[in-house]
Design a protein around this ligand. Structure first.
Ligand code: CP
Length: 322
């Protein structure tokens, strides 16, 4: 997803965060370092309330547990006021456009909008109409992009493996409809992971030309062999398409990560999943809860990454004198 405008300001810092695609390695590493400083046990935690006086509006038009809760916690822990508008119960349900909703809320002095939407292009339109001091942050856009998920996945891999430059990362499941896979691919390619594998049945494989540089596998057993990182994805039937893909027990038999299959990966491979999991479908419960799983570490890192993004945006705005 290439944006027709820059997400960066004149100082090379983020003004918006809509996609990781096109960002530089230095910027991503700065965000990961900053997220490390936002961990509860870090001696470098941000000074109290770096977002004091800010209001961050969280507008989620699709279900969410992890992203929404962690953005809200990040805002509050940084001293901002968190305005949490359930878009399913907002005036959007009465026909108001998202543009009018944003302009309405901007009139109430919002500093940043965190938006999740099923429609591609909403984030780009929001950024185009935002006032100069207002930032737009993606909480997940259609099948296209989930940049803070990509960052928290990269942070988790860096913490567990200490490096990117010789890793084999296997991403398996419904790649075609996955914004998580797209943002993980962007992040890992920028950070220098040399081998990214995408593993899916034909119905769930993205179109040719997507995921440039990734190796494609139509067998989970083959794709897992020798992997250092295994990222499993849920089948997203709610997005339509892929109807011919196997279901339930059939899916688990052919495409589910079991303890036996995981033994094909490298010793010490980590198991990741963005959540929500469908246990017994794409991942067996004993693997999800097993010693190689870092799934709940990913969740914890979500708060730190979102704190890092918000403090970066606030510092960038201060540096612009706004
Ligand atoms: N990983 C993720 O986006 O989870 P939620 O849908 O619960 O936010």
């Amino acid at each position: 997803m290439k944006l027709p405008f820059s997400q960066l300001d004149a100082n090379g810092r983020l003004r918006h965060l809509i996609t990781l695609e096109g960002l530089g390695r230095d910027l991503l590493e700065e965000l990961l370092d900053r997220a490390g400083d936002c961990q509860p046990n870090s001696a470098q935690r941000p000074v109290p309330a770096p977002l004091a006086g800010w209001t961050v509006a969280h507008l989620f038009a699709e279900p969410s547990t992890r992203t929404r809760a962690s953005f809200e916690l990040a805002s509050v822990r940084l001293g901002a006021y968190a305005l949490n508008l359930d878009m399913m119960l907002s005036s959007r349900a009465k026909g108001e456009t998202i543009g009018d909703t944003l302009q309405t809320l901007e009139s109430m002095q919002i500093d940043a909008f965190v938006i999740r939407d099923a429609e591609a292009g909403v984030l780009e339109r929001a950024a185009r109409q935002a006032a100069p001091e207002v930032s737009i942050v993606s909480g997940g856009e259609a099948h296209l992009s989930h940049p803070t998920q990509g960052l928290l996945d990269a942070l988790t891999i860096r913490q567990c493996k200490g490096r990117f430059d010789d890793l084999v990362v296997a991403i398996a499941g419904d790649i075609r409809r996955s914004r998580v896979a797209r943002s993980a691919h962007h992040a890992l390619a920028i950070l220098g992971a040399p081998e990214i594998r995408i593993i899916a049945p034909a119905e769930l494989m993205p179109a040719a030309g997507e995921f440039p540089g990734a190796r494609r596998f139509d067998s989970l057993d083959d794709g897992l062999t020798g992997a250092d990182v295994v990222m499993m994805l849920r089948v997203q039937r709610e997005r339509g398409g892929g109807a011919a893909a196997p279901d339930g027990d059939d899916y688990h038999r052919d495409w589910g990560l079991t303890a036996a299959r995981l033994r094909r990966a490298s010793p010490g491979a980590i198991v990741m999943h963005p959540g929500p999991m469908n246990r017994g479908v794409e991942i067996a419960s004993d693997v999800a809860d097993g010693p190689q799983s870092v799934i709940f570490r990913q969740v914890a890192n979500g708060v730190a990454v979102r704190m890092a993004v918000l403090t970066h945006l606030a510092e960038a705005r201060r540096a612009r004198g706004r």
